[in-house]
Write a new protein. Structure first.
Length: 359
């Protein structure tokens, strides 16, 4: 079974025979921003996860065999016009998209914990403290078959009953009932972690990297201008005490490295990336004094970042993301930047969410 959030269907039970899949995805990229296209046939089910700019990942399951990532995307595109699928489209929160897309990549970290030695309530509190992104598979005895409890960065975001093939239950009573039934009837638990830092198995091929053309989003060029404006003033957000500074600096290094490669590959740009970056730093030095090239509190070279300034990480992230966004906008690279940053978004999903980055 492929697990996806199904609370907010945009449309349900269309026949794939009559659909142009590319235009369908383009339309809902504009209407929803992020979501999943779900395909159901008697012996097969599939899902395509998309955001505003491209198909992020896919998953296919047929006769117990599962295919994920680029291979699944290509398989779905090929089969959608050949098989008679029932097709539905569901909205997914953009900050949770990689959670659901990475669900098939999860790995068990605690196996066969029994109720004889493990209390489910204590296990849940332990995983909340560990900031788990993943789930507990609760298998209970008797008629109480249990279910799955999902965690995102330590927060319980819902559950799925073993008896239910449908909606995610986000009520607190679902968790409470699991705890109660586990104590009364016994069973076992398996804990799996979703590795958000791992790249999904292959990126979307150009054939399915759709841009939105709906009335809501307008042309790709207009979408790029809007995205650049959104990037220009991301809200400053204070980082939590648990934020890993080394990982934040690594995130910024990869971001700047991606921008540098785009500049190098574009022959129309006369200046090298270092010159463009230093010019941008000088422009913003009144707002962010740590960007002063002569003070050298912030240094970037070959994908690596060093920072010795006193401003907090939230301010640093805001400053660098603004610089990257404006360099991209001035050199007509915004659309290309969005396309190249999908592995980066996946690798640093927690940090992107923490600092509300809109790249």
């Amino acid at each position: 079974m492929i697990i996806i959030p199904r609370e907010k269907p945009a449309i349900k039970n269309m026949n794939s025979y009559y659909l142009n899949m590319q235009k369908l995805i383009e339309h809902y990229q504009g209407e929803l921003g992020a979501g999943v296209v779900y395909f159901k046939a008697p012996s097969m089910e599939c899902a395509l996860f998309f955001d505003e700019y491209q198909v992020v990942s896919g998953c296919c399951e047929e006769k117990g065999k599962k295919t994920i990532g680029k291979t699944a995307i290509e398989r779905i595109v090929k089969l959608s016009s050949l098989r008679n699928f029932s097709v539905s489209v569901y909205y997914v929160r953009p900050d949770r998209l990689f959670f659901w897309a990475n669900l098939p990549n999860s790995k068990i970290i605690y196996n066969n914990l029994t109720t004889e030695f493990t209390d489910l309530d204590r296990l849940i509190r332990k995983l909340e403290g560990e900031k788990l992104t993943g789930y507990i598979d609760v298998q209970l005895k008797g008629d109480f078959k249990g279910g799955i409890l999902f965690f995102f960065n330590g927060e319980v975001i819902g559950g799925l009953s073993a008896k239910d093939q449908g909606n995610i239950d986000r009520s607190s009573t679902f968790k409470d009932d699991l705890i109660t039934h586990s104590r009364e009837h016994g069973g076992k638990f398996n804990v799996s972690q979703i590795f958000m830092d791992e790249k999904i198995n292959g990126s979307a091929s150009p054939a399915v990297a759709f841009h939105s053309k709906s009335k809501k989003s307008g042309s790709p060029e207009k979408a790029a201008v809007k995205a650049a404006k959104d990037l220009k003033t991301p809200p400053a957000k204070t980082a939590k005490p648990g934020v890993d500074e080394a990982k934040v600096l690594s995130m910024l290094g990869d971001l700047l490295g991606t921008m540098e490669q785009l500049v190098k590959s574009n022959r129309k740009i006369r200046h090298d990336f270092e010159t463009l970056l230093n010019q941008m730093f000088v422009e913003k030095v009144d707002q962010y004094d740590f960007l002063d090239p002569f003070a050298a509190e912030f240094r970037y070279s070959a994908g690596k970042v060093e920072y010795t300034g006193e401003a907090g990480l939230a301010v640093l992230v805001k400053a660098i993301s603004e610089c990257v966004a404006e360099i991209a906008q001035r050199n007509d690279l915004t659309v290309f930047l969005h396309q190249e940053l999908y592995p980066w978004r996946n690798k640093f999903a927690n940090e992107v969410l923490e600092f509300d980055l809109r790249l």
